[in-house]
Design a protein around this ligand. Structure first.
Ligand code: SF4
Length: 149
């Protein structure tokens, strides 16, 4: 599977929030549910990382010619989700020392993120502090469940 790093972190975070089975998003039609269910059920699934549109994005109504055209106005300096997401993914690649050219099993990727989980605070710089704390807390709960710790 091809996945954006921040989408992977979101899946584990939602798993930590108690979602065991993901359901389709009727409005956006993206494949978040499909990829998430596959990753939760198969920790050995092989993942390639990308900053571009991933397997989740492919059927999404907001994907046009490979670019996410969803508008985003809540963070200064960003006007579309595409550039914001690419910024998040670039930061994740850097702070977690991830390689777009490598393949990771879902379990190994989760372990890398969990071992360096405090770096989540370096990635979501635009988000309110309490929201990032919640993201960190839920990711850690989800990662421990996923890794069987
Ligand atoms: S295309 Fe944009 S809105 Fe759709 S899943 Fe991808 S990032 Fe999300």
């Amino acid at each position: 599977m091809i996945i954006k790093p921040h989408h992977f972190l979101d899946i584990i975070k939602l798993y930590g929030a108690g979602i065991d089975v993901f359901v389709p998003d009727q409005q956006m039609n993206h494949d978040f549910y499909k990829v998430a269910n596959e990753i939760i059920a198969h920790p050995e699934a092989e993942l390639c990382l990308t900053k571009e549109a991933d397997d989740i994005c492919q059927p999404c109504i907001k994907l046009e010619k490979g670019v996410c055209v969803d508008p985003l106005t809540k963070y200064p300096g960003f006007f579309q989700k595409d550039s914001y997401n690419k910024t998040l993914d670039q930061r994740m690649l850097e702070v977690f020392a991830l390689d777009e050219m490598k393949t990771y099993s879902a379990k190994v990727l989760c372990a890398i993120l969990y071992q360096n989980a405090e770096k989540i605070f370096l990635v979501w710089q635009e988000e309110a502090a309490d929201a990032v704390q919640k993201r960190y807390d839920l990711f850690c709960i989800g990662a421990k469940r996923y890794l069987g710790l």
